[in-house]
Ligand binder design. Sequence first.
Ligand SMILES: C[S@@+](CC[C@H](N)C(=O)[O-])C[C@H]1O[C@@H](n2cnc3c(N)ncnc32)[C@H](O)[C@@H]1O
Length: 284
Amino acid sequence: MASRTGRPEHRAPPDVFYNEQEARKYTQNSRMIGIQTQMSERAVELLNLPENQPCFLLDVGCGSGLSGDYLTEEGHYWVGLDISIAMLDIALEREVEGDLILGDMGQGVPFRPGTFDGCISISALQWLCNADKKSHSPPKRLYKFFSSLYASLARGGRAVFQMYPENSEQLELITAQAMKAGFTGGMVVDYPNSTKAKKFFLCLFAGVSDSLPKVTSSIYFHHLSPFGHPSDVKDAMMRHRNMKGKSAKKSRDWILEKKERRRRQGRTVRDDTKYTGRKRKNHF
Ligand SMILES: C[S@@+](CC[C@H](N)C(=O)[O-])C[C@H]1O[C@@H](n2cnc3c(N)ncnc32)[C@H](O)[C@@H]1O
């Protein structure tokens, strides 16, 4: 499959991308372990679970169990769902405490109504926005996922998704499908002004929440955008895109964007052709 960007979701379907080699590399990378643990910690904080009480949680896209390890450390019981056999094999090898299920979240989560006190998902949801097969419709798959998740949560249960949205349209699609499934909630953007540190957490409530996500740490910046007012998120995404989404210098996209800017300025610019941005061969 052709790669449109460096994003893993664009390189291959998740069960192909996370093969044995990638799964091992991912799980042994100490930087990755640190980041996933930190994001799991934040997700659990945003879940606002009752204090000193073990809960029964679902970890969607649990992978090799890095996020699950944090849940265990916090004294919770968990079930992990993932589409990659290789990731789950490593979780088994690491003897994680949670129960593991091989499955595609796009087909819905297979649990009885009211099973879980809460759900976390770290760096997995953006995968659902891709159509890896002809039969895949991202809006339908998102809806199927959210509606089954809604049913599997206890009344008032919460779900927190840390994710890497590609653009504001993707965020809007995700939040629209979550709302359609019955969730209320909002988006927490940590470090909104930092290109590198910025993190998106979609916080969903099964039913109306009586309180906003708990914010205990003073090192974070918070922008809560309740659904129906996605403009803050859009602004944050635009800033994100402006800073991060620039095309690589001298690439075809970079040249096309530059030509477009010049046209808008009323300057004379050569027509775009299939050769625009192509590297010239050196002739000796
Ligand atoms: C970046 S890894 C994160 C793993 C884990 N949450 C952690 O913190 O280390 C993303 C995971 O999402 C899983 N995933 C992607 N699409 C999925 C889908 N449709 N259903 C279930 N899992 C999926 C991938 O297989 C992968 O293990």
